[in-house]
Design a protein around this ligand. Structure first.
Ligand SMILES: Cc1ncc(COP(=O)(O)O)c(C=O)c1O
Length: 400
């Protein structure tokens, strides 16, 4: 089967991970590598992006305030805002690029707004100039960049994370780069960095050997289990039995869900893995872009399938398109030996009972995208031949 996912690991990553079992300094090495890659002055490693985002909220001292999120984003962001003692305000997106719509945003920013999270969904850069205009006259409203999916994304030729008070990256499995689990917060503001570090160092306990062993096992499973020859089994386990569901668990319908490692430090071995991964960033990002652009070029006219139109500089963490009969398309592609996904964000936050009260209006675009989005395989593990097969199969579906 042609997998939709692969883990971007090789033997050098395995070596870095294993060395991290005896060599200290993984967290600091990872932070230094991310600082160099992003050009940000201060970087802090966390066990996940959401854990870093939570530390940021605490460092800013926000309590009982509103934090604006797009209605189509990862549910963990809503969970984190609620867990921090604040309220999410969910703003509808535009289906042209799946990012927050400015008209909706302008009416959502109010007296209690502490921050707007600029999410670059699927690596599609948000219009940061437009965002600045919407927030004109409200200098106290902070912009936080959610770059969980946007490593490599550029806006007007500059990395999207240059703007804003702080930026969050995620390095869980399936991202451009991966530390199995993990995330960072980065900022150029020394005071904010010190406050986040104080919070992290005072509240997060060391990961412990069980976590490190478990994550090392997931590294191996991700590296080997997502290879084409094992993928059908793994895919079957995931879709038919739900056995691996805990790996992608993001939310529960009626209560705030936080993962068990929310207040842990990043295991040392994963820090060394991360430092090694960063060294391969540009190749991993550019291959995803190359594959996604090939699909968009070759499949532009396929009936029944429509494409978002991200602005220049997209880094395509995934390659999404919109299809009304999504399940029919996925079933057809599975029959052709190709895994097309919907499972990353097949929900809009206002569809989840816990978050519904925080929706600004009916968020129809977010709900539609959640129902129609399909993700073509675009990971760097694909060969040119795989890409051609995906294109040919999609064209066959188009003439059915
Ligand atoms: C858009 C977005 N924001 C935030 C996150 C949270 O990252 P993490 O899972 O590392 O907490 C994710 C994770 O997939 C994401 O896709």
């Amino acid at each position: 089967m042609i997998p939709r996912l692969s883990a971007p690991f090789d033997v050098t990553d395995a070596g870095a991970l294993v060395s991290g079992w005896v060599r200290p300094g993984g967290e600091v090495a990872f932070e230094a590598a991310v600082a160099e890659m992003t050009g940000k002055r201060f970087v802090l490693a966390f066990p996940s992006g959401r854990s870093g985002f939570h530390a940021l909220i605490k460092a800013m001292g926000w309590q009982d305030r509103e934090i604006v999120l797009p209605a189509y984003t990862c549910a963990v962001m809503g969970n984190t805002v609620l867990a921090s003692g604040n309220r999410p305000r969910l703003v509808d997106i535009e289906d042209s690029d799946f990012n927050m719509g400015f008209r909706a945003l302008a009416s959502a920013v109010g007296r209690d707004t502490a921050a707007v999270v600029a999410t670059h969904m699927y690596g599609f850069p948000m219009d940061l100039e437009g965002l600045g205009k919407v927030l004109e006259g409200r200098p106290e409203v902070v912009v936080i960049q959610d770059c969980a999916l946007a490593l490599g994304a550029r806006y007007q030729g500059r990395p999207v994370w240059r703007d804003g008070l702080a930026v969050m990256f995620s390095f869980s499995l399936g991202k451009h780069l991966s530390t199995v689990e993990g995330g960072v917060m980065a900022t150029d503001d020394e005071g904010l960095y010190a406050a986040m570090k104080d919070y992290r160092d005072g509240t997060h306990h060391p990961a412990g050997i069980v976590r490190a062993a478990r994550q090392s096992a997931f590294f191996m499973a991700g590296w080997l289990g997502l290879r084409p020859w094992l993928y059908s089994l793994v895919h079957g386990l995931t879709t038919r039995t739900g056995a691996l569901g805990f790996l992608s668990k993001h939310y529960e319908p009626n209560r705030v869900y936080l993962p068990p490692n929310f207040r842990e430090r990043l295991p040392n071995c994963l820090g060394h893995l991360g430092a090694n991964q960063v060294g391969k960033a540009s190749g991993l990002v550019s291959r995803r872009i190359e594959i996604s652009e090939a699909y968009r070029r070759e499949l532009a006219g396929v009936p029944g399938l429509s494409w978002p139109s991200p602005r220049d500089g997209a880094s395509f963490s995934h390659c999404p398109c919109l299809i009304e009969d999504r399940d029919g398309f996925i079933a057809f592609m599975t029959g052709q030996g190709i895994h097309v996904g919907k499972e990353v964000f097949d929900y809009a936050l206002p569809d989840i009972p816990l978050f519904a009260p925080f929706a600004d209006g009916d968020c129809l675009e977010a709900k539609k995208v959640a129902r129609w989005v399909a993700l073509l395989p675009n990971h760097p593990g694909l060969s040119d031949n795989d890409v051609e097969q995906v294109i040919a199969a999609t064209k066959r579906w188009g003439v059915l």
